[in-house]
Write a protein that binds this ligand. Sequence first.
Ligand code: ATP
Ligand code: PRP
Length: 210
Amino acid sequence: MKDGITIAVSKGRILAESLPLLARAGVRLLDDPDTTRKLILPTNQAGVRLIVIRAADVPTYVLNGGADLGIAGKDVLMECDSDNLYEPLDLKIARCRLMLARPQDATTMTGRLRVATKYVMTTRNFFAERGQQVEIIKLYGSMELAPVLGLSDLIVDLVNTGNTLKENGLVALENIADISSRLIVNKAAMKMKQEMIKPFIKRLAEAIPQ
Ligand code: ATP
Ligand code: PRP
């Protein structure tokens, strides 16, 4: 949209953790995001609106200019063409780690290993850097189930408390990346709408807890 700025936010935990940050930066939703069916959410600032969408759709909207700014997890950004986006702020919310994990009782693994993950690009790069050939099995969620049911030898997934791994008999092997949510900005919008975007970035930066 030409007038004002549109901010795309991942629904779920990132939205929940973003709203207090946005409020500290002076942006408050006019509707309750849990009950409204609106897809474009107006805010107390006439020129600022939010769209609340699936995590993986946030960079797509921002890259294509459907949204000027976005809030997305680094895990999602590592999977897309984020060289074409500005990433001015680490918002330090929705923090977790992207980890390689295996079943606790796995015997020695030999041959070409099967790795189940939603993070295909990152997993491919991780094993390529080690010169290790693996078969990657793309899943869309509940990765912890894959080794339990014999679909894979390993998984690459997000870990926070470690409870999901533990409750499914898995153990972490390696930390692939530290994850948190980032503010992303469309490059053209940063030029064309800098008088709105730059002060917003400054206010949001001041709102990040130290
Ligand atoms: P979708 O429903 O669109 O597939 P999703 O299930 O990945 O998305 P969430 O689980 O809310 O949605 O995750 C959104 C983002 O939150 C992730 O991209 C990641 O950055 C972060 N995240 C996911 N799991 C955790 C966690 N356990 N602790 C902290 N942050 C997390
Ligand atoms: C995420 C992630 C792990 C879990 C890790 O899933 O995919 O399964 O959190 O968190 P923990 O280490 O604190 O247990 P989420 O809760 O978002 O559910 P999902 O599978 O529906 O995405």
